[in-house]
Design a protein around this ligand. Structure first.
Ligand code: NAP
Length: 306
């Protein structure tokens, strides 16, 4: 608990995660490319770094940015963590959703400097983090997982260790392929039920109570019923994950017809300019394709998280 923790990246996910760590009393120093986004964390006891290389004075450094190219930049770039000549850091915990290949390259880059990597992507959005329901899936050296666990537990109640190397990446990729496909399927059946005469809130109330209901279907219900698409996860990040899934399918000779169709629907959403709001806007795309214009139902619905 006396270890110094560094945190790179306070976007929607990183902010909520770093906030939990700081509020739990960890000694956290945060860096974000857009510094202003990190500053409110000072109120929870975090220190704000002006330069990434300052984080090399930390024992453990978490990373939560967007894609592999961004991870490579914050770690190995000319101003990155490794640009500090004498890093004290012994462990990097990388939480972004990235490819197996990127993760392996990162492991090698860090190994050359005597730093271990724990691959630790997550399931859940920022609201899920606040509700204390996030889960980590981890891979890498078992001892690195054991060292990380007390800090992971400050952020999330659940962490699973799935083995060596980059195995956690494939678990997370599979998870997000499922997220995209399930959301598209939920959009299709919700629009079908409505077009046949069932209000969305009544349909989803039944679905959520049925054996097919889930934590996810419940927390997307307010968006589907009342059309509040304040972003939790952007369509571009979902497209990245579906592309990672399709690439993995090619690599392992696994056909993924549902993922391929969903990827193209997400691309259609992006092509139509639906980039700044939540990926749950797949519902609107489905309604448009069905000749319907949806209106908010203005019915209070429980998201199962509050
Ligand atoms: N949102 C979700 O529900 C969710 C759930 C699970 C996993 N994920 C994954 O978690 C990761 C973060 O997602 P998010 O929703 O938090 O994204 P986000 O809100 O877009 O935040 C992205 C963060 O990465 C930083 N960043 C991006 N490119 C960078 C670069 N080249 N150099 C330095 N910093 C860079 C951004 O800095 P600035 O602030 O300066 O832009 C920001 O802090 C992604 O890999 C995503 O797939 C997301």
């Amino acid at each position: 608990m006396t270890r110094k923790i560094g945190w790179i990246g306070v976007g929607r996910m990183g902010y909520a995660m770093a906030e939990r760590l700081a509020r739990s009393g960890a000694d956290v120093t945060v860096w974000n490319r857009t510094r202003e986004k990190a500053e409110p964390l000072a109120a929870h006891g975090a220190k704000i770094a002006g330069h990434l290389a300052e984080l090399a004075a930390c024992d453990i450094v978490f990373v939560m940015v967007s894609a592999w190219k961004d991870v490579r930049e914050v770690i190995g770039g000319s101003q990155g963590l490794l640009s500090a000549p004498d890093a004290r850091t012994k462990l990097v915990i990388e939480c972004s959703s990235i490819s197996l290949e990127g993760s392996a390259e990162l492991r090698e880059m860090l190994r050359a400097r005597g730093i271990e990597l724990l691959a630790a992507p997550v399931s859940g959005n920022a609201k899920v983090i606040k509700a204390g329901r996030l889960s980590f899936v981890c891979s890498g050296p078992r001892a690195a997982y054991d060292a990380a666990l007390p800090f992971l537990k400050m952020i999330a109640p659940s962490a699973s260790y799935v083995g060596d190397g980059e195995l956690a990446r494939i678990v997370k990729i599979c998870h997000n392929v499922f997220l995209g496909v399930v959301t598209q399927s939920l959009a299709e059946i919700t629009v079908l039920a409505q077009k046949a005469g069932v209000p969305r809130h009544a349909f989803l109330e039944f679905m959520n109570q049925s054996v097919m209901g889930s934590t996810f279907s419940r927390y997307k219900t307010p968006a589907f019923v009342n059309l509040d698409f304040k972003v939790t996860f952007t369509p571009k990040l979902l497209r990245k994950d579906l592309d990672l899934g399709l690439d993995a399918g090619k690599r392992f000779d696994v056909p993924m017809p549902l993922a391929a169709t969903t990827r193209d629907l997400v691309q259609t959403m992006i092509g139509n300019g639906m980039t700044e709001e939540d990926f749950a806007q797949l519902l609107l795309l489905q309604a448009q394709a069905s000749g319907m214009t949806l209106a908010p139902e203005n019915v209070p619905v429980d998201d199962g998280l509050s």
